[in-house]
Design a protein around this ligand. Sequence first.
Ligand code: 13P
Ligand code: SF4
Length: 316
Amino acid sequence: MSLVTNDYKLKIIELKKKRGATILAHNYQRPEVQDIADYVGDSLGLSTNAARTEQETIVFCGVHFMAETASIICPDKVVLIPDLEAGCSLASTIDGAQLKKWKSEHADAVVVSYVNTSAEIKAMSDYCCTSSNAVKVVNSIPKDRKVLFLPDMFLGAYVADVTKRKNMFIWPGECHVHAGIRAEDVNRMLSKFKDADFLIHPECGCTSSSLYHSSNGDILKRPYVLSTEGMMNHAKASNASKYVIATEVGILHRMTKENPSKTFIPIKEDAICKYMKMITLEKVYDSLTKNIYRVKVPQKIADRARLAIDRMLQLN
Ligand code: 13P
Ligand code: SF4
């Protein structure tokens, strides 16, 4: 660890105590950012932790829609994101006008939005969901109601497959990182690491095909389709000594740290989310000292979006 990195770490730890701030970090954050966080987790865990914290200020080390979600859940807290440019290629595949049009084409449908969406989209939705509860949310909707699922087509296809729902319409959005993880990558890695557990994020371009091929016996191991926190839990509980990980590589830091005797192999070394990596220690330090950048969702939008999030949280 360089002196500069260590210096920043110490200053941030001191400053967050002085300011009464809590630092939340997503599993894809840079290792050094994860190390100074009070809580590291997936989208759902970050939301529930934001709701629980007693601190006045939340420094959100993740992407913009996640900080917005924290601001919706905790309207009285100061939510800061260290870089406003930290967006999400998946969240930006749908805007309010597009959803309005889609809803008008399916007037009686229930709208389920993945958490990777703007506050505006959540406010126009009936339910929010994350990768760890999408199946549960869709299963809670009466079978005869049409469902509009957005914005991730791979997660949508997976949910439709598991729930056996025929009346689900799926928005054709994708995450540039996960869409790039293809069936060829799975086959190559699974033939190389035959004894490894295979953990796959449902946003991956290969999720449905991997499940299909495993049920046909074309690939040796059945994949575990999990959110990032689900992957962490699996890595801890399983007896396997090796794991092939199909998601953003940032998660390997925590996996290795918490399971030092096990080996974690990324399915693709270059599965890197440039938005997640925009948050650096220097920016976290600036955020705490200059009170930047405040994420505040307008009350009218926040009140409507909160209903969709609350409906999801009630199911957990
Ligand atoms: P998780 O909710 O599984 O952490 O996923 C969030 C995300 O952005 C995946 O790309
Ligand atoms: Fe968005 Fe993909 Fe980055 Fe997750 S990995 S934050 S879905 S761009």
